[in-house]
Design a protein around this ligand. Sequence first.
Ligand code: HEM
Length: 205
Amino acid sequence: MDNVGTIEFAASTVPKSFNRWLSLRAATSSSHESLDALVMRMRPFESIARYGLFLQCQYQFHGLLRALYHRPELTVFLPDLAERDRFELIEQDLADLGLSAPELADPSDIITSDTPTALGWLYVVEGSNLGAAFLIKEARKLGLSESHGARHLAGHPDGRGKHWRSFTDSLNDIDLPPADEARVISGAIAAFETMRAIVLSRVDS
Ligand code: HEM
């Protein structure tokens, strides 16, 4: 993607030789790159109508995942998890634009996923808030803002980078048996694939 300032993040302060965040980032960088290109193929900032298509994708992705944000065993590792859920902001964005909410897929697999897989999914949906720094700039050109139509793209009041770092630090702190790391990665890849399928269903409409 062009013309985007890179947000710099120090590696986790946790003195560990294994950095789960960087491992996830490396394992999913090509998934991210192709999803980014696919979203842009949707031309989401060409008009409000096209932005609405993107918003409906976000609704379906976050709507599927929101159960993860309220799972007590994950809150033990990530205490501010519930307040990170952006689904209601997406609902308000749709309402701002007078758009209907599309149907949501059955979240059973997400609800019953094991902890390592769930962490991989969460990495993707949380990380997507970094790209939102770029997306909101584009949304502003359509007259949208943090208080109208693009609420879910807003940064956290503490700062987008700081908020993300607190997530990746917590993610790095979680002790998992080494054999579970592959499930964290496959959860993240599944999350990218899910969003990819959602976007593909609308990209050429
Ligand atoms: C056109 C759409 C998108 C653009 C332009 C975009 C752009 C970006 C940018 C600029 C970053 C920050 C890179 C950095 O500063 O280090 C980022 C991070 C990230 N994005 Fe996206 N993104 C897009 C869509 C998405 C979507 C739809 C998802 C997930 C469903 C996603 C998941 C992530 C993740 C997980 C990260 C964190 C990577 C890390 O570990 O540092 N992005 N994105």
